[in-house]
Design a protein around this ligand. Structure first.
Ligand SMILES: NC(=O)c1ccc[n+]([C@@H]2O[C@H](COP(=O)([O-])OP(=O)(O)OC[C@H]3O[C@@H](n4cnc5c(N)ncnc54)[C@H](OP(=O)(O)O)[C@@H]3O)[C@@H](O)[C@H]2O)c1
Length: 527
């Protein structure tokens, strides 16, 4: 098999199949409703071509005969146009032919040895890469196919076709936005596994862009192990549109954008990314917790553009939670309740506070020093993060709840809510009396847990979403939770009172990045 040399006008790939490219051709198009059912139109077109000795390489015509397209050498296209305008001057005058036009921005690709019965896979790969063939034509024996594509799509189309028909390594072009704890770990995990995945699966993972809130480093042949110094020394100011344009200009196929930010603003780029051929993977929860209208809008745009958006790490980090809930729901299993400890930080705090002889502020300080909390721990204690996760699960069940409909028990006493971060951190002991009295008022043998609970009639449009501090028996599933683990109990009609339980590390850069990597691989499987 030979490699495409773009300066050549015609290139042939040899293998089981044969691929040839004509890139100095134009499409001459004759359109009009007056062509419908009229005999002799093709004969008149070909007589014009024959008279000028213009050879036609492809002809395509719908059975309704409303349009006929012919592909001719670009140098002869103007002549063909004039000839046809003259021949059909009467039809043009009376509107039977609405227009005769020439499109020079095209290239023709012919694949011989391509069975039509397996062509759908290749066609779908082209569409997923935003290449919609302008014309499609096959010979009657069904083993040769010609496609006319925009010249600007040619290189990307050839990349996709080569992988599909010659089984070449499939290149996946990844842009990573956010290289903090999760993003940075993900980049390392991808770089470490790339060789192995290429050998085992024939997939080349190519990170072509790495960005933070202000800088990007971008390279179509891939960014390697020096990415940190690259971004520090050569990072350039950018907009997301610059990354999109770069991918277009360099004909990058199989695009995936990974959002490892916690940015509201970045979410505003999703629709543009999807419309420009990117699948999206996100550890950022925000897109799924804005208004229900936006939630639906993203899914409509994904559908229109045949793209995927995966976010398994939005709830329970690397735990296979969203996938499980999606499968149960899709298979018609009636989920009746979801309940659990959704926050690793609050899991740690209450697991320790409940059984140790320490004040609340002592345990909170431990959590802060272990790096489990946000810089201002009130972001964890206010319950919004748990509420977001609960809303994401509810929406997986097609419930249309909004964030402001969630009943959230804020763990910060009212008088401490308006303090500055520093002043709050200097006065953590002010939390102690409040939590001491809650701890002491429990039934003997009980422990405290901060839970999210989705209940109600989940067949309706909306469910009941509650985030609250509860006291549960120490020997119950929730009561036995340890360390900073998360636990999710999924109650369904078939499983009755014995829920499906998913439990494990529900936070941490390493498990979260692994979950994001899993989503990337799932998307590749669909490509
Ligand atoms: N850590 C966990 O255990 C865990 C678990 C599950 C989910 N998550 C989610 O994972 C995401 C990342 O968490 P993290 O712990 O890695 O956060 P992090 O360490 O604070 O990193 C955030 C990264 O995002 C970048 N960023 C911020 N705004 C941006 C923008 N508008 N455009 C491009 N990049 C932007 C930041 O760049 P600058 O430095 O320029 O601001 C930084 O590189 C969050 O949404 C978090 O909720 C985390």
């Amino acid at each position: 098999m030979s490699i495409l040399k773009t300066e050549q006008k015609e290139v042939t790939y040899k293998g089981i199949k044969e691929l040839s490219v004509l890139d100095n051709v134009s499409l001459v198009n004759l359109e009009g409703k007056g062509l419908l059912g009229k005999a002799g139109i093709d004969a008149r077109i070909f007589s014009v071509m024959a008279a000028s000795k213009i050879s036609v390489s492809i002809i395509s015509q719908g059975s309704s005969e409303r349009g006929i397209g012919i592909v001719v050498n670009s140098e002869r296209a103007e002549e063909a146009l004039q000839g046809l305008e003259k021949e059909f001057s009467k039809e043009l005058l009376f509107g039977d032919v609405s227009k005769v036009s020439v499109d020079n921005n095209i290239a023709a690709i012919s694949i011989s040895g391509q069975e039509l019965s397996t062509f759908h896979k290749l066609y779908s790969s082209l569409i997923k890469n935003k290449i919609t063939p302008i014309l499609f034509n096959n010979i009657i024996t069904g083993n040769s196919v010609s496609l006319v594509v925009k010249k600007t799509d040619l290189k990307r189309a050839l990349n996709v076709i080569n992988v599909d028909i010659f089984g070449l390594t499939k290149k996946i072009n990844i842009a990573v936005f956010g290289h903090g704890l999760v993003g940075g770990t993900l980049i390392e995990q991808i770089l470490n596994s790339a060789k192995n995945i290429e050998v085992r699966k024939g997939i080349q993972l190519n990170i072509f862009a790495i960005a933070n809130s202000t800088k990007v480093v971008i390279n179509q042949v891939g960014i390697g192990e020096n990415w940190k110094s690259e971004i520090a020394n050569n990072g350039k100011n950018y907009t997301v549109q610059d990354v999109i344009e770069y991918a277009k200009e360099n004909h990058l196929e199989n695009l995936i954008a990974v959002d490892n930010t916690a940015s509201n603003e970045f979410v505003g780029n999703y629709i543009n990314l999807i419309e420009n051929g990117f699948d999206v993977v996100s550890s950022n929860k925000i897109a799924n917790t804005l208004s229900y209208n936006f939630y639906k809008e993203i899914r409509n745009v994904l559908e229109e553009n045949q793209k995927n958006y995966l976010y398994e790490t939005n709830v329970g980090a690397g735990l296979p939670l969203i996938d499980t809930i999606q499968l149960l729901h899709l298979s018609g299993e009636n989920i009746t309740k979801i309940k659990g400890v959704f926050s690793g930080t609050l899991s740690y705090i209450f697991n320790h506070f409940s059984v140790e002889n320490k004040s609340f502020s002592e345990v909170l300080k431990e959590a802060i020093s272990l790096g489990f909390t946000e810089p201002d721990p009130r972001e964890d204690l206010c319950g919004n993060d748990v509420a977001r996760k609960l809303l994401i699960l509810a929406r997986e069940l097609d419930l249309q709840n909004e964030f402001n409909e969630i009943e959230i028990q804020n763990l910060i006493p009212v008088e401490l809510r308006s303090l500055t971060t520093t002043s709050f951190l200097n006065n953590l002991q002010l939390l102690d009396t409040h939590y001491k009295s809650i701890k002491e008022s429990q039934e003997p043998g009980n422990v405290l847990r901060y839970i999210g609970e989705l209940s109600g009639d989940l067949q309706q449009d909306k469910g009941d979403l509650v985030v609250k501090l509860v006291s549960v028996p120490a020997n119950s599933a929730l009561g036995q939770l340890k360390g900073s683990d998360s636990i999710f109990e999924i109650y369904t009609e078939s499983y009755g009172e014995r829920p499906i339980v998913i439990q494990g590390a529900g936070a941490g850069a390493s498990v979260t990045a692994r979950g994001v990597f899993g989503d990337i691989l799932r998307i590749i499987d669909k490509k």
